[in-house]
Design a protein around this ligand. Structure first.
Ligand SMILES: C[C@H](O)[C@H](O)[C@H]1CNC2=NC(N)=NC(=O)C2=N1
Length: 126
């Protein structure tokens, strides 16, 4: 089983602040050039008021909710939850790290990459 682990992160001292229930990693703010570089690899994601944002439309309602179920389960596993707005087959996802005063963290970027994988699966079903 390929379990994502945030390798090399200090273990959470403050368990209620922990991320990734498996590796108990803590978020690290990503700013400046490092953030720009990371966003270059997430070309469908935009920074809107410093919130990592993605909008996507699916071919039908079933695909939309198959996608959202995967996002929900991954969010629960990693202890990191996007703001999700959805109407019918349209979905808007927003990510920031509240525990870092809504900066963008490594956990946000990791989650965005994982969400992008789920989108490609469901979009490819077209
Ligand atoms: C203790 C709990 O894991 C943390 O407060 C998590 C919960 N889910 C979260 N989700 C998001 N998007 N940002 C956070 O900072 C965050 N913090």
């Amino acid at each position: 089983m390929n379990v994502d682990r945030a390798e090399g992160h200090p273990p959470a001292k403050n368990p209620e602040k922990m991320y990734n229930k498996l590796s108990k990693a803590v978020p690290v703010a990503i700013t400046g050039y490092d953030l720009s570089k990371a966003l270059a690899g997430l070309r469908h994601w935009k920074l809107v008021n410093n919130v990592l944002t993605r909008e996507v439309g699916f071919k039908d309602y079933e695909s939309t909710w198959a996608f959202l179920t995967q996002v929900h389960m991954r969010s629960h596993l990693w202890g990191h939850h996007p703001t999700i707005t959805t109407t019918y087959v349209n979905v808007k996802l927003e990510l920031s790290t509240h525990d870092l005063q809504d900066q963008i963290s490594d956990i946000d970027l990791k989650m965005a990459k994982k969400i992008e994988e789920y989108i490609q699966v469901h979009k490819h079903n077209e």
